[in-house]
Design a protein around this ligand. Structure first.
Ligand SMILES: CC(=O)N[C@H]1[C@@H](OP(=O)(O)OP(=O)(O)OC[C@H]2O[C@@H](n3ccc(=O)[nH]c3=O)[C@H](O)[C@@H]2O)O[C@H](CO)[C@@H](O)[C@@H]1O
Ligand SMILES: C=C(OP(=O)(O)O)C(=O)O
Length: 436
């Protein structure tokens, strides 16, 4: 599956229907949670992407039975977990490749009293600290030792004890990790300033169906009453909201007419509204989003006429993972927008490549870029470029699909981390993409 470049010939208008994959970032939480029980857990709508497959492989290496009953459904059973394996160099190497592996720590600590957290992988998009996770575990009574020699966080406990905690920041994976530890802790845990995005709501739903006692789901105040054991369950993943946003941007940039099927509209929060602010028309047809062909789309201003600003914020604010997509989409809009990436300091540098392609962008500082839309007066030019991270990678793919001539996008392993068969699915809509 993994190869190194896409060769893209831009300019085709795409047409047809596309079904979003199961959500990558939900999958990483949900699949970690199977470690909380010795009973069977059936997970449906699993995306076939590198990060998720790596996590499943990692669990398999740890002794978890993983039975892939169909391409998108897997039955897990964590009844014989080999804790020794966690000290092996193989575990370190594999788990260090993806960010999501950090979330096996909470379940392991709760069930087996120990966990090891290697320096986590994931996108190199700026500092990504683990303080929220570790401080949360410590508050629950875990001992934490950082080993300078092996670059490993060691966590250990004789039994977690529920407590009140106010998180330093509403970290998504941090909240998931602490929640998974707290469901098996003694007594009551209260997590304030918890992340509350749909994936955490889904995790809570799954844990409740396993017998956990959680209230406040969907809010930033979670109350958890610990139980002694959890049982098996069945869980279906939501559609991937970042993929859905990516397809909306893609449709507008390439003047395509696309229907995104079964989007789970009630879980998309403010996402459609942000694309609407770029001037993109969308029709909600049941649970589908229809994006019609649009000659032009015009960026709105604020009510007082000042330049629109789109920035990230913890849920229910706008996710940072879609800012790169919004930015690239704005390059062909009419009007201007300030993109403000507050959370990550190295996520906007890819605008260099868009500028090389002919986009008008001023990178003000590592967090802010002003895009002056070309209003289709000029097309972007195809170039050779390399994908620095997953979302910048897809943004470059969108730019290439709208550009004049041939583009080569290298380092597409980054894209394959999170977008399932993306080339094949876009080719089916009429795109000209070759994996080379
Ligand atoms: C596997 C997974 O699920 N990854 C997602 C998860 O990563 P992850 O859980 O690693 O991200 P966190 O929520 O911990 O925080 C991301 C970054 O934003 C900063 N921060 C966070 C909250 C806040 O109020 N202020 C602030 O500045 C943090 O210091 C950190 O640098 O959530 C991120 C934020 O939605 C997404 O980009 C990632 O795709
Ligand atoms: C940043 C992302 O992923 P990860 O946290 O796995 O690096 C992302 O999904 O956009």
């Amino acid at each position: 599956m993994s190869s190194s470049a896409f060769e893209v010939r831009g300019g085709n208008r795409l047409k047809g229907e596309i079904i979003p994959q199961g959500a990558k970032n939900e999958a990483l939480q949900i699949i970690s949670a199977v470690l909380l029980t010795s009973e069977k857990v059936t997970i449906k709508n699993i995306p076939d992407i590198v990060d998720v497959n790596l996590l499943i492989e990692l669990l398999g290496d740890m002794g978890v039975t993983t039975e892939r009953v169909s391409r998108d459904t897997c039955i897990f059973q964590a009844d014989k977990v080999d804790m020794e394996y966690l000290q092996s160099p193989e575990f370190r190497k594999k788990s260090g490749k993806l960010r999501g592996s950090v979330m096996i720590a909470g379940p392991l600590l709760a069930r087996f009293g120990q966990a090891y957290v290697p320096k986590p992988g994931g996108d190199k998009i700026g500092r990504r600290r683990l303080d929220t996770h570790i401080i949360g575990f410590e508050k629950l009574g875990a001992k934490f030792v950082y080993d300078n020699d092996d670059n490993y966080f060691h966590l250990q406990t004789d039994g977690l004890q529920g407590t009140y905690m106010l998180l330093d920041e509403p970290s998504v994976t941090g909240t998931a990790n602490i929640l998974m530890a707290a469901v098996l802790a003694k007594g009551q845990t209260i997590i304030y300033n918890a992340a509350c995005e749909p994936y955490l709501q889904q995790l809570s739903k799954m844990l409740i169906s396993m017998g956990a006692r959680i209230s406040g789901v969907g809010s930033n105040l979670l109350t958890i009453d610990g139980v002694n054991t959890l049982k098996g369950c069945e869980h279906r993943m939501l559609p991937d909201m970042i993929e859905i946003g990516s397809f909306i941007g893609l449709a507008a940039m390439t003047q395509s007419e696309i229907t995104i099927k079964n989007v789970g509209l009630q879980h998309l929060g403010i996402i459609p509204e942000k694309f609407r602010q770029l001037g993109i028309q969308m029709e909600f047809r049941g649970d589908d989003i229809f994006i019609p062909f649009q000659e032009k789309y015009e960026i709105q201003t604020f009510l007082d006429g000042s330049i629109l600003n789109i920035s990230d914020h913890p849920w229910p604010g706008f996710t940072p993972d879609l800012l790169s997509i919004v930015l690239v989409t704005a390059t062909q809009a009419q009007g201007s927008v300030m993109i403000h990436q507050k959370m990550f300091e190295s996520r906007l540098f890819f605008v260099d490549k868009l500028i090389d392609m002919g986009a008008q962008i001023v990178l003000c500082d590592p967090h802010r870029a002003v895009v002056i839309g070309l209003a289709r007066q000029h097309k972007l030019r195809g170039i050779t470029m390399s994908s620095p991270d997953i979302r910048a990678g897809v943004s470059l793919l969108i730019a290439a699909l709208s550009a004049e001539g041939k583009s080569t996008i290298q380092n597409i392993d980054q894209i394959d981390r999170g977008y399932q068969y993306i080339d094949q699915r876009l080719i089916a809509l009429g795109a000209d993409i070759k994996r080379i």
